[in-house]
Design a protein around this ligand. Structure first.
Ligand code: G4P
Ligand code: MG
Length: 177
């Protein structure tokens, strides 16, 4: 399947729509936790709409040479800050729900700090068989777009941003699932 490219503008609009759905649900997060690095930019855009602070965690499932680790590894975690999450309504943000391995790992780690409520928002959910699960303690899950199981090209990975943005605009729009 052909890769699907999204422009910065596409992503901003997807986050705006997600923010609307989150607000309409009555969830009212008090803080955002961004899963780095893919979740950083979506989380920052979300802050424009939800006006709450962002905390970040760095997790990787792959090494530099692209070999997969047996389980996700913390590159950076919340330490002192995590105490501030206890008793709060938290919105966890990542760019893509792919295998769900990283997502499940982060959710379980955050749940240990007993947030009042934990919601999860991703820009894109790939419709495929998942290795991880969204634990039942998660109050709500939102995906900005449902996509087929193709490789997604994000603007922040582009070395030539003008070429990326042009490709994103000129490609056939991915069919909504
Ligand atoms: P999940 O729990 O959110 O489903 O993530 P999973 O562990 O399956 O994904 C492992 C890594 O692969 C993540 O990056 C994720 O961002 C990346 N990934 C998965 N599918 C795509 C895709 O279609 N396009 C792009 N560009 N990346 C994808 P990571 O190892 O956590 O690092 P980072 O890239 O976020 O820094
Ligand atoms: Mg990621």
């Amino acid at each position: 399947m052909e890769p699907i490219a999204f422009s910065y503008s596409d992503i901003h609009k997807t986050v705006a729509e997600l923010a609307e759905r989150i607000q309409a649900s009555g969830f009212a997060p008090e803080a955002i936790v961004a899963i780095g690095s893919g979740g950083y930019i979506p989380a920052r855009i979300m802050k424009t709409y939800l006006l709450v602070p962002i905390y970040t965690v760095g997790i990787s499932l792959y090494l530099e040479d692209k070999t997969t680790l047996p389980s996700p590894r913390k590159i950076q975690w919340l330490d002192e800050v995590e105490k501030k999450l206890t008793g709060k309504r938290i919105l966890l943000i990542d760019e893509v729900d792919d295998s769900r391995t990283t997502l499940e790992y982060c959710i379980r780690e955050l749940l240990r700090h007993q947030p009042a409520k934990l919601g999860v928002a991703v820009l894109h959910n790939k419709q495929k068989e998942k290795k991880g699960v969204i634990p039942g303690e998660v109050a709500a899950y939102w995906a900005g777009r449902e996509l087929p199981n193709a490789w997604i090209k994000y603007p922040w990975d582009a070395v030539e941003i003008d070429v990326h943005e042009l490709n994103a605009r000129n490609q056939e729009q991915p069919t909504a699932l």
